[in-house]
Design a protein around this ligand. Structure first.
Ligand code: ATP
Length: 365
């Protein structure tokens, strides 16, 4: 396996920067998810690593080689796509053997490698079947097997689970994770599903509009999003964002709502708010950090319940606070109904503050 280094890579189509000055390093053996909404440039980034598209500028290296100008076949990569791309008339064995026959490997070596890949992916019993005789999950395993037999430096995967039903997706998610763990493989994995990225990857590269927004471990991205886009993209339900105004009130800094209430910030949060380029500061909070009260308490802010969604273990509620929709998770024993007036308590150590003007997270120092 090998590391992959992207340096200032750029892909332009006329005026559109599909990938705009993206740099990051995938360490040897790491699983990196490229994630972001449709059109953010993740597939283009993957295809540039694979060499399937000519690059506008920048450099890509795999292991100790600069591969920027190399053909895909010379980059020592293997790709897995969402549509499996299996040969329908060949058996599973022949599908797995094909890339090795193309490389003119001796027959006995081909057989050994195919059997080993089939063992790792638990498809030995399927070797004589044809793709149409397999389930979606089995076909996806064969597609993984075909990448595996090539023993590449890097696996590149483009939404490999998106054709599977919800249950199978979750199962194959664990299998690909296990595949990564067993092989210590370097994997770059494209998905639009933030949950897939968070659960599977060592690091996630969050993209938007061709730009890399944040590159970090999922827990870091979740706990410390760099800007409002990342804050609202990662996590489900999304982080709630409430636009307010930072105002000095005596010795305190408060966030003031147009509805007339003030939320007094802790000294550390006050320092953050003071760093905003304008008075417009956005208060961010994840559903699990909020507490709901039926009457006003010191430090709470008023809201009105919009919807209540019981899911069994947890009840999700949406509450309007200062015109913004705020997601809250509640114990199912809490009884609230739409239009109830409630009071919400924020945990000052777990709120996020953003500069509404730049959209960037505000830091205390
Ligand atoms: P999706 O999740 O929908 O596949 P993506 O994040 O993978 O989206 P890309 O396929 O990388 O997005 O596309 C990035 C941007 O580049 C999009 O705005 C897309 O319309 C544009 N684009 C891609 N290929 C071309 C092309 N051949 N010519 C012009 N624009 C293109």
């Amino acid at each position: 396996m090998a590391e992959v280094v992207l340096q200032n890579i750029m892909k332009r189509y006329g005026d559109l920067y599909a990938v705009n000055d993206v740099s990051f390093t995938v360490n040897d053996g790491e699983f990196v998810a490229l994630v972001g909404p449709s059109g953010c440039g993740k597939t283009t980034t993957l295809n540039l690593i694979a060499g399937l598209l000519p690059i506008t500028s920048g450099n890509i290296s795999i292991g100790d080689r600069n591969v920027t100008r190399l053909d895909p076949k010379d980059r020592d990569i293997a790709m897995v796509f969402q549509n499996y791309a299996l040969y329908p008339q060949k058996t599973v064995f022949q599908n797995l053997a094909f890339p090795l026959q193309m490389r003119k490997l001796p027959k006995d070596q081909i057989e050994t490698k195919v059997k080993e890949a089939a063992r790792v992916l638990d498809i030995t019993h399927l070797l004589e079947r044809r793709p149409r005789e397999l389930s979606g999950g089995q076909q996806q395993r064969v597609a993984l097997g075909r990448a595996l037999v090539r023993d590449p430096l890097v696996f590149l995967m483009d939404e490999p689970l998106s054709n599977l039903d919800a249950k199978l997706r979750v199962q194959m998610r664990s299998e690909i994770k296990r595949f990564h763990h067993n092989l210590n493989a370097t994997i770059v994995y494209v998905t639009h599903d933030q949950l897939e990225a968070v659960t599977m990857s060592d690091k996630m590269a969050v993209m938007n509009g061709g730009l890399l927004q944040q590159y970090d471990a999922p827990e870091k991205v979740f706990a410390d999003p760099v800007n409002m886009f990342v804050a609202s993209f990662v996590g489900s339900p999304a982080m709630s964002l409430i636009p307010l105004e930072a105002v000095t009130k005596g010795a305190d800094t408060v966030l003031r709502s147009p509805e007339g209430w003030d939320f007094t910030l802790s000294p550390e949060n006050a320092r953050k708010a003071q760093r905003s380029t304008t008075v417009k500061v956005v208060l961010g909070a994840r559903h699990s950090t909020l507490k709901l009260h039926h009457s006003a308490q010191p430090g709470t802010v008023p809201g009105k319940v919009y919807t209540v969604e019981p899911t069994g273990d947890i009840t999700f509620a949406q509450v309007f606070i200062s015109g913004a929709v705020v997601n809250i998770s509640l114990d199912p024993s809490v009884h609230i109904r739409p239009d109830d007036l409630v009071h919400i308590e924020f945990d000052q150590s777990r709120i996020h503050l953003f500069d509404e003007n730049t959209t960037m997270a505000l830091k205390a120092d």
